[in-house]
Design a binder for this molecule. Structure first.
Ligand code: PGA
Length: 253
């Protein structure tokens, strides 16, 4: 049975002290929160807070992920963080190909593929983002765009490698805008993605792949979205910065 996953993408938010407070609050609330046994909670704070978050994770019920990784192995790449470094901190997950990386840092599908390869070499599970911008949705190109992102970013993998991949479908027009995809829109494209995976890797791999929805997901709409057959959880931005909202979403299955 594929996992339900709720991952919090903190993006570039919180000072060290605020981060400490937020994690503390999440840990405290988790002690009295009934999470479904099949639900995995992942915190993806900024790089400088990964170690602190991992320390808390040792005594709590969540896993830790990074928000990005270098496509290079090591060397003269000032400011970059390698998969080996994340591995040496025992991280479990890493977001790759977020639309903000694609938009502001020119991250191409080929770069996403290279980052995925680096992560898999170090046994870190990639959470690979895909999704169309508004103009593409308005001209009904969302299926073509998402297909190209997935084919070029992931379909070089073997079936065994692919079984470590988590996919996050995030329509760019819904990220941080307050506009959420309707549950039907989410289901339609999640089913399309699962079908693509089934065609390439077979039904079993497709059935075991967690496909998350992201884009203005909050406590008030999570239940309806997560109730869709092919939606296995969420990648949460804004709403993960408040412990109470994040955990309300995590208990929305
Ligand atoms: P949002 O961001 O929940 O603030 O829309 C989601 C994301 O970008 O991962």
């Amino acid at each position: 049975m594929r996992k339900h996953i709720v991952a919090g993408n903190w993006k570039m938010n919180k000072t060290f002290e605020q981060a400490d407070d937020l994690i503390n609050e999440i840990v405290e609330k988790l002690e009295t929160t009934e999470l479904d046994r099949n639900t995995l909670l992942i915190l993806c704070p900024p790089f400088p807070y990964l170690e602190m978050t991992s320390d808390y994770a040792n005594d709590s019920y969540f896993m830790v992920g990074a928000q990005d990784v270098s496509s290079h192995k090591e060397g003269a790449y000032t400011g970059e963080i390698s998969a080996a470094m994340l591995d040496s901190m025992d991280l479990d997950y890493c977001i790759v190909g977020h639309s903000e990386r694609r938009q502001y840092h020119g991250e191409s599908n080929a770069m996403v593929a290279a980052k995925v390869d680096q992560l898999l070499k170090h046994d870190i599970k990639p959470i690979v983002c895909c999704g169309e911008v508004l103009a593409e949705r308005e001209s009904e190109k969302q299926f073509d765009v998402v297909k190209q992102q997935i084919v070029e970013g992931l379909f070089h993998l073997s079936a065994e490698q692919f079984s470590n991949i988590v996919i996050a479908y995030e329509p760019v027009w819904a990220i941080g805008t307050g506009k959420t995809a309707t549950p039907e829109q989410a289901q339609e494209i999640h089913a399309f993605i699962r079908n693509l995976i089934a065609e390439k890797y077979g039904k079993e791999v497709a059935d075991n792949t967690s496909i998350l929805y992201g884009g203005s997901c909050k406590p008030s709409n999570a239940k309806e979205i997560f109730a869709q057959a092919d939606v296995d959880g969420g990648l949460i931005g804004g709403a993960c910065l408040k412990a109470v909202d994040f955990l309300a979403i995590a208990t929305s299955f």
